[in-house]
Ligand binder design. Sequence first.
Ligand code: MN
Length: 482
Amino acid sequence: MGQEAFETIIGLEVHVQLSTESKAFCRDKTEFGGSPNSQISAISLGHPGTLPFMNKKQVQYATRLGLALNGNINEVNTFDRKNYFYADLPKGYQITQDKKPISVGGYLPIKMGDVWKNIRIHHIHIEEDAGKSIHTLHDSKSFIDLNRAGMPLIEIVTEPDLRSGAEVDAFMTGIRQLVRYLEISDGNMEEGSLRCDVNISIRPKGTDILNNRCEVKNVNSMKFARQAIEFEELRQQKIVEEGGTVAQQTLNFDPAIGVTSPLRSKEDAHDYRYFPEPDLPPIHLSADFLDTERKNITILPWEAFHFLHNELGLPVQEASILSELKDTFIFYKGLLEKVEDKKLLTNFMVNKLLPSLHEKGLSLADSPLSKEGILQFLSLISSEKLSHSIAYQKLFPLWMENPSLHPLDLAESQQWLQEKEEGKIELIFKEIIAEYPQKWSEFTSGKKGLAGFFMGELMKKTGGKSNPKEAMDILISMQNKK
Ligand code: MN
């Protein structure tokens, strides 16, 4: 059987670290990059006699995500202990939600080329992170940093709806964009705020059997996710083609060599012995609480994209760029209402403003250019006081260096403004009229065909440089004045 005889079935468990100021069940700070073991307390270390208490923000953020993904929010939330022994888990268990998680069901729309596909969500639950073991600093010793112990997480568990590395990439990109729109996480994969476990199996195309799956743990970049999936597809296909059965395993992916290797097999898989967390009472979510979170969702990424693409008619690429971040979309939409030439605005945002800010490592929020200034800059172009090329190539860079000055003043001081043609053309027409008074009186008394004669004479005198439409308007207004 060839490669095309199989299809790949993928489900994800995505961990998102929430951007709350304190940890899930205590007041420890959550800032990234603190020196090891500087953001800990008796509670996050799990000392006997200490009691956890729920971070309200974490419940709010998890609820917001559940609503955005069209999940059913459980009005009563309960917590459970997931037990396992590991050096970076001082309590010996993780507080999580097993029986009554925050949200059940729902889906995330992902865009594959021009087609949208809904990836169903099984559920979302609230939990805390474990600490970090560091094995690379010493030959024979390991180190433990417990700053991460108790960090606020939500875990998103999908249905097995994904079929390729490209779809996983689109899903993770979509989740990152969503949590940023919802302002609940920075979604930063490099800093570990977003990571996923990939469950992957293969089956002959056209069947609906679910074969043994392998789980690739803790993938923290889209590139690695794609590489791990490609490697697994080929490895599992080879086993099946040779008549074997894929063993259900937990795998580790080594990005340096692009290979997965077993961490543990099903036989020695953990039995987590889940049981209800006795130290945290159930949480009841009121209708008011849910309403507030519904209101906190101002716009969703796919709504912004549809507005730009389907309502405004922008091409996919421009619509994607302008809806990538909520800030960008809101900024663009705010200007859109005040600008007549929408195409000019779109072009300016996509090809000038955003790339220039990106080059300087600035976000739109850090942009030194005021909205009023941008409107003035655009009106200089649309009113033809300034040519497009001078505006983009000369005025814009000068303005970026002097953002407190007005674009109009800068253009004036550099003598870049184009002279108004109107007065000049009227003067030339007056000369022509003086030369041909007879023809002018025939023209004004109704011989319309003579317009071509006067236009021809004008072009002779200006060397063909005048804008014909503008010149014709002036000629007609002179005729009407007569
Ligand atoms: Mn988890």
